[in-house]
Design a protein around this ligand. Sequence first.
Ligand code: WTA
Length: 656
Amino acid sequence: MSSQIDHLLNETRRFSPPEEFAAQANATAELYDQARADREGFWAEQARALHWHTPFTQVLDWSNPPFAQWFADGELNVAYNCLDRHVEAGNGDRVALLWEGEPDGDSRAVTYAELTEEVKRLANVLLGLGVEPGDRIAIYMPMIPEAIAAMLASARIGAIHSVIFGGFSADSLRSRIDDAGAKIVITADGGYRKGRVSPLKPAVDMALADRNGSGPQESVEHVLVVKRTGNEVPWREDRDLWWHDVVPQASADHEAQPFPAENPLFILYTSGTTGKPKGILHTSGGYLTQAAFTNRVAHDIHPETDVFWCTADIGWVTGHTYVTYGPLANGATQVLYEGTPDTPHPGRWWEIIEKYGVTILYTAPTAIRSFMKLGRAIPKQFDLSSLRLLGSVGEPINPEAWMWYRKIIGGKTAPIIDTWWQTETGAMMVSALPGVTETKPGSAQVPLPGISVDVVDDDGVHVGNGNGGLLVIKEPWPSMLRGIWGDPERFKETYWEKFEKQGFYFAGDGARLDDDGDVWFLGRVDDVMNVSGHRLSTTEIESALVGNDAVAEAAVVGASDETTGQAVVAFVIIKESYLHEHSPEGLAGTLRAWVGEMIGPIARPRDVYIVGELPKTRSGKIMRRLLRDVAEGREVGDTTTLADTAVMSVISAQVK
Ligand code: WTA
C-alpha cells in the first residue's frame, strides 16, 4: 500500500486552468482570502444569496459542541428557494429538469413553473393527509421528476424526508422506515433498470407487512404511488393512493411558509461501522447555503447557459445536494436520467450528453473506470464538445482514470475537479476551484474557501507535508450533519470522541499531504467499504450472512477491485450439517443471492469463500487485515498476534 502511495505522490503532471475558463469562472482566488479574513462573515455572505423570509442576525452558535447551529434566528423555506423565487424572477419558462427515461424516446422537459406547480399540488395533498412539520416522509422512487417533486414538497411543508435508494431490499426499507417512524411513503409501481421493470411498490408492501416475525409496520398511514411502469401492484384501499388520482386534482395554490434555519430537512441513512445504519440528520439554512455555494464555485454553474448533469441517484447524498438542492437553488437546468449507463447500448451517457449539450458532468470514478474498460471508441462516436467542466466524487480517482476522463471525455481542455465530501458533511469540502487551482491527477487537493481541514496523527497533531494520517475537519461548517437520528450518543462517539480535546471532526478517511500541502485521500480507515462509490459496512453484511441458517460465522472485507474501487469479499464458516448436503460452490452462490435479498444487490459479495476457520486475536477479534491480504492475493502479513498462527496458511490454501 505505502509504496503504491509513494508512487502516486510522485505524480508530476499539472494542469493550469485554461484562460478562457478562468475568465468566466464564478470563483476567484480572492474567495480564499475573504474566508481566511472572516470565516463566519464569509459564510453569512454566502447565506445571503438565498431568500430569507426572516433575515438572520446570528451566524454560528457553537456554544454546545458538537451540536452546531447556523443562522439560527433566520427563517426560510427551502422549496421556495429552489422554485418560487426563480418563477417570481421571471425564469418560470427555464427548464429545470431535462428528464430522460431509460426506454428510448421516453423524455420530458419540466420548467421551473411546472415543477413549482407540481410541488404546490403535492404539498396540498400531503397536508390533506395530515402531514405536519417535523413528520417523516419516506421516498422510495426511481429517477423521475416526481421524485424531485416529492423531496421538495416535503421540504416545503417543513416535513423531513428520508430517501431510500430504490436498489435497497424490503428489509432495508423496513428498518429505515421504522427507525424514522415515517408517516407517509412515496413510491412508484416501478422504475426501468437495465431494460427491465424493477418493481418498487411490491417491496414497499413487503416492508410494511408482518413478515419473519417483524410484526406489522405501525407508523405508516399512507402510501402514495406514481404510475411509471404499469406493472401489477398489490393494493390496500384504506392506505394506498395513486399519485395521478390525487395530485393533478389538488389545488396549485400554496404559499410557502417560513421555517427556522435549523428546521430538519432530511434524514439519510448511511452505513457505519456497526450493523445498524445511521440516520444522518441535515437541517435547512446552513445545508442549502453550502449546497448552493459549492455548486456555484466548484461546479461553476451559470444558470442561464449551462446544462448540468450529476449522475448520482437521489438515494445517495450526492443526489440530494447536487441533483435536488444545489442546482435548483441556483436556478440551473439539469439532466435527470432514470436508467443504467449501458442501456440500451454502452454509449447511452454520451448520447445523452450530445442530445442535451451537457456542459458540466459530475460522476464517480467507478463509472469512469468501467467506460475506460469498454474503450474510447464508444465515447468517440458522440459529440462531447459541449462539456466544459468535469467532476469526480465518491472515492479516490486514480491518475490513469483521471487522465482518461480528461483526454477522452473532456477533449483535453475541460478542467477536472476531484471533490471530497461525505453524507455527513452535506456538501463538498475539499476540491479544486476550476479557473483558479492548478490541478493534479489523483489529488482532491485543497479545502474549499471557508472550510478548514488537516491531516493529523492519532494524537491529533498535524503530520506535516509528505506524511500520512487521518483527515479531520477543524471548524464547524454550515452543511455539517446535526446529529444521528434518535442517537445523540452515537453521533458524539463516532465523529467527535477521537479528537475530543482538539474539537476536531473525525471523518474516518486516511489521507496524506504532499510536498505542496495538497491532500491525497487514501480510503477509509474503519470497517466501512466503498464499492462503486457506495458506502457499505462490513459488519452489516456479516450480520446478514450469519442470519442465514447455513452460516456459523462470517467475516467480510473490502478488497481492491479494478472497476468498483473495492469489492465485497466474504469468508464464511458453514455449519457442519449443511456442508454434507451442499457443495461449496452452491453455498457460495446461495449466500451471494441471500445478501442481495437482505440488503440489496449493491451489497452482494463478489466472492464468498467457504473456510474452516477465521483468523482471530486472543481476545477473539477477527483480523480482517489478514483476510484482506488473502482476498487481494498478497503475501499474508504479520500473524504474530493470532491465537492460532497456523490458521492463515490453511485459509490461503482453501482460497486457492
Ligand atoms: C469517500 C459521498 C476520495 C470517502 C459524497 C468518504 C472520497 C466517503 C471522495 C463518503 C473523493 C468521497 N476522494 N474519497 N473525492 N469522495 N470519498 O457518504 O471515503 O457516500 O468518507 O458520500 O466516500 O461517502 P458518502
